[in-house]
Design a protein around this ligand. Structure first.
Ligand code: GLU
Length: 452
């Protein structure tokens, strides 16, 4: 008989081993802690999960590829970046997860993202495994031609590892429609195959799904709305703080407005904008999506209602709900204290792991509804899986149909996390609910498929 304390001891031993075997990967350690620390009740309750090697296999990627990405800038200078693809777990379907192009990318970052992706993708219920990739290439300030050459070089190695039944990358930070276009073009050229399902986030008219660009942000707002409903409230009239100004933040702001809430902030690495009248989306889209500019330009052009706070943090602005939509560890303990002091009711993660463990702990202790990214931001990858389904069927669905499916999936994920948390005596704890529910699905498939 395995007791909960035996299980906790075994998981702690495994966590120490993970740190030892994967040195200098703090983000991966953090993600592993966050998941494994919540699994003791389910492993103790279901003896099959205590099978030797199951959790050990889960924390070891099935395959990790690291490659050189040489490319020439517009002046003919050669640059050498590093490319990654971590194929973490394919028990539920082909590896699925985005590519991140950002100067902070390294193996540990990609492994944390890939590990999260396993559980997130399991929660969607759509038959997708977990993977992630990217490069330490920084597209900011690069011309279209430079980005194209980089993407072509990146795909010249990546193509041999991916495929519609093998591994299906998409976007993440620094990888949007433009990059997916260049990557898809090079894949098609090298393989001589029109294989639409090899990448998601494609453009309209060549295999992309309607609502894919909106899906992560829309999905996160739907998840926040479901958490608020659970507390007997809705989003109507609520003030929201949103961080970031990329794809996730933009469509979070759009959906908040559609549901009657008012998003008053957005940010980038230079600081944040607060706009008392609510963020003007047309202006923000023009600056970020068309001009690829910075948020201070928003404040300059918006007029009296908006101001730019250089170097500041959006969490200082009082709000009912907070939707961190920029990057990992952007909301720390001090930020959580500020949010709580200002009366925040719900925090829902649009980015991957934006709240530090200390922040999550504080928010939960204060009774704030907290939606972890692997549940709350699963809408993006869910619509990616719907894009794959449309590609397989050689069809495309209407925006209304995709949005209806997305709404259904997000409500389902919310219910699953909520009910799982109750089942394991952690009512209202969406972190535990998401981790256990995701784990059960992956672990059951891994056990059925044998030791591989
Ligand atoms: N990068 C997104 C995520 O973190 C989307 C991945 C995908 O669509 O495959 O889930």
């Amino acid at each position: 008989m395995t007791t909960r304390s035996d299980t906790t001891t075994a998981l702690n031993r495994l966590l120490a081993e993970i740190e030892h075997r994967n040195p200098a990967q703090p983000e991966f350690h953090q993600a592993a802690h966050e998941v494994l620390e919540t699994l003791a009740p389910v492993i103790a309750a279901r003896p099959e999960y205590a099978e030797p090697g199951l959790v050990e296999r889960l924390v070891e990627p099935e395959r990790q590829v690291i490659f050189r990405v040489p490319w020439q800038d517009d002046q003919g200078r050669v640059h050498v970046n590093r490319g990654f693809r971590v194929e973490f777990n394919s028990a539920l379907g082909p590896y699925k997860g985005g590519l991140r192009f950002h100067s902070s990318v390294n193996l540990g970052v990609i492994k944390f993202l890939g590990f999260e992706q396993i559980f997130k993708n399991a929660l969607t219920g759509l038959g997708i495994g977990g993977g992630k990739g990217g490069s330490d290439f920084d597209p900011h300030g690069r011309s279209d031609a430079e980005v194209m050459r980089f993407c072509q070089s990146f795909m010249t190695e990546l193509y041999r590892h991916i495929g519609e039944h093998t591994d299906v990358p998409a976007g993440d930070i620094g990888v949007g429609g433009r990059e997916i276009g260049y990557l898809f073009g090079q894949y098609r050229r090298i393989t001589n195959r029109w294989e639409a399902g090899v990448l998601t986030g494609k453009g309209q008219g060549w295999g992309g799904s309607l609502i894919r660009p909106e899906a992560t942000g829309y999905g996160n707002v739907l998840f926040a709305a479901a958490m608020m409903r659970e507390r007997g409230e809705d989003l109507e009239g609520q003030t929201a703080v949103v961080s970031g100004s990329g794809n996730v933040a933009i469509y979070t702001i759009e959906k908040l407005a559609a549901l009657g809430a008012n998003a008053v902030t957005c940010s980038d690495s230079s600081g944040y904008v607060v706009d008392e009248k609510g963020i003007d989306l047309d202006l923000l889209k023009q600056i970020k999506e068309v001009e690829r500019g910075r948020v201070d330009a928003y404040a300059e052009r918006r007029g009296a209602s908006a101001r730019f706070v250089p170097g500041g943090r959006v969490w200082d602005v009082p709000a009912d709900i907070a939707l961190p939509s920029a990057t990992q560890n952007e909301l720390n303990e001090a930020d959580a204290e500020t949010l709580i002091r200002n009366g925040v009711k719900a925090v829902s993660e649009g980015a991957n792991m934006p709240a530090t463990p200390e922040a999550v702990h504080l928010l939960q202790k204060a009774g704030v509804a907290f939606g972890p990214g692997k549940a709350a931001n699963a809408g993006g990858v869910a619509v990616s899986a719907l894009e794959m389904a449309q590609n397989h069927a050689r069809t495309s669905w209407t925006a209304a149909r995709v949005e209806e499916e997305l709404t259904h999936i997000m409500n389902d994920i919310h219910t699953t996390c909520h009910e799982t948390a109750e089942r394991y005596e952690a009512p209202g704890d969406y972190v535990t609910g998401a981790n256990i529910a995701g784990f059960e699905r992956v672990a059951d498939a891994m056990l059925a498929q044998g030791v591989i």
